[in-house]
Design a protein around this ligand. Sequence first.
Ligand code: HEC
Length: 177
Amino acid sequence: MKRLALLGIALLLCGCEQKMTKMPRVDPLETSPLFADGAGTRVPVAGTIAADADIGPQPTALPAALDLELMQRGQQRFNIFCSPCHDYTGHGNGRVVQRGFPQPPDFHSARLIAAPDSHFFDVITHGYGTMFSYASRVPVSDRWAIIAYIRALQYSEHVPAGELTPDLKAKLAEAAP
Ligand code: HEC
């Protein structure tokens, strides 16, 4: 009698299968075959596009006017997103690096001074080695603003003496013995 009861319980439990695992469902970010339009019920969040969307050809050089406003925007975004590792001057000694993150290369190296703007755009967009992508945090227009600012940083340490303003020349003469 006991055995029969146990068997009965066992049979009952067999019926308690996790049916939801077998139900048709749409996984996150999956387009659904369940819906006629193939797009599922998810509506993309405003201002976003699918990671694999074809966004067409991208500019390879600064697409905006290079003015003070763009520069200041670039400085602000650089200080927020890049300085933790690349530091405020671009030498690659940011706080995170001081705490043990791999050191990025110096923006003032001959190689990165010679690198085209599109290389910087590419690195921000796709990441590079240990550096992750900033595509989701830095919109395209800000990437160009940051690149303009990095160019200014590079220039700031490599201004040919002849291009210095008179007061800077005076300061230089004062500083140099
Ligand atoms: C969390 C740290 C970190 C942050 C933040 C960061 N980077 Fe980097 N970056 C790195 C590291 C590390 C490398 C070197 C990666 C490698 O060579 O594997 C690197 C490399 C680079 C390079 C050089 C690629 C080359 O050709 O060698 C550029 C350019 C660059 N980063 C730009 C940026 C910009 C612009 C930002 C801000 C939007 C940024 N990085 C934010 C860590 C960071």
